[in-house]
Design a protein around this ligand. Structure first.
Ligand SMILES: [Zn+2]
Length: 102
């Protein structure tokens, strides 16, 4: 299972859902939308596999102008995320992320 940490709020995200049907698992350069703070991050390769980093100012402008991203943010804000029990040691609760393939 891919687990990532949001570079904005520190939330540990274990679940993801691609916005685009048939997009498959995230790859470097894909954008993640945190279910905790609704802010975007970018997947990159790290020493232990995929991780998230803050987008650059240019990337952020591109991401925020993407209609898929705008729809994903609206959907996330309109619905409450599932709150399932979490066995993580920090007790942050259930986590998830929503991937936007730009
Ligand atoms: Zn976050």
């Amino acid at each position: 299972m891919l687990e990532t940490t949001c570079p904005h709020c520190g939330r540990r995200n274990r679940h993801h859902m691609a916005v685009r049907a048939g997009a498959g698992p995230p790859t470097p350069g894909n954008v993640s939308l945190c279910i905790g703070c609704f802010r975007p991050a970018v997947y990159e390769n790290g020493p232990a596999g995929l991780r998230l980093r803050l987008p650059s100012a240019d990337e952020l402008s591109t991401i925020e102008a993407n209609p898929q991203y705008q729809r994903a943010v609206r959907k996330l804000r309109d619905r409450q995320p599932d709150r399932r029990p979490d066995s993580s040691p920090d007790g942050r609760g259930a986590a998830g992320r929503r991937e936007v393939n730009c």
